[in-house]
Design a protein around this ligand. Sequence first.
Ligand code: PEP
Ligand code: MG
Length: 325
Amino acid sequence: EKKQKEQFIYQPAVTSDGHQIEIAANIACSAEASSAFANGAEGIGLFRTEMLFMDRQSAPGEDEQFEHYCKVLKAAVGKPVIIRTMDIGGDKPIDYLNLPEENNPFLGYRAVRIYPKFEQLFRTQLRAILRASVYGSTKIMIPMIQSIEEIRWVKQQLAEVKAELDSCDIANSGQVQLGIMVEVPAVAFIIDQFCQEVDFFSIGSNDMTQYLLAVDRDNGQVSHLYNSLAPAFLRMLGHVVKTAHEHNRWVGLCGELGADNKVLSLLVGSGLDELSMSAPKITATKAALNDLALTHCQQLFEQACQCPTIDDVTTLLENASATGP
Ligand code: PEP
Ligand code: MG
């Protein structure tokens, strides 16, 4: 007998054979935090802070940002909150930054790439996050990282900002973890080296799919080629999770793929530690997980990685759901 979905809202997400996977929420503003938790989120897996910077005349100051981050951390009452630093520029223009128009915004000047030029803006955000970090379990995540040099520069900034706060006796947690989005394919190939630099990873399947397959995620002409079931994507996923786990690093996934229940068995089988999605999808995902068995998902994932085509992967999934775990 199927349990009612509602029964799963505040339950941990576990497979039928007892494997637990965190189900977290993606939010775009602090006002969304309380409803995310009301929907059963076990954490915030992605707080897209860029919305704070958009549609206004000047950047939000440290205190204004601090209030927003505090609000989310307080709503989380101890559950983990991953705050992603601003992913602006490119296709998310900000008038007051006067960024140049670009022919290829998705390959251009965006996210972590603009931080060195707008160092004060970045440091202000880090200060606000560090100050808020005393209110809960805070993790900082950097978008669009593609090289070790970039993350080392970020770590230097973070260390300096923390030292500034400490020297002025401004409260901040000593426990803030640092992680990166895995959304540029280059990172997947040197993920072992990134394990030496950061505490955790979250796979940005939206951008990773676009960059791995060289398909603009917003271009209808090529949208039929945009598919995260591509065997290349699955192999990337398997390699990142396996390598990260060998180095005791945690890996989540925060793109749209995480909420696609047709693919859930593969995501579970890959070994991901967390899936982060829009809040309304959480309960259905927890309920669907209850119908899956980890061992079966692992086999399915191995098979999917050996499929030559997307069609083969799709057929594998259809047959698997017809026969059940
Ligand atoms: C992603 O790229 O998958 C992601 C979660 O980030 P965004 O959609 O904000 O680029
Ligand atoms: Mg992205």
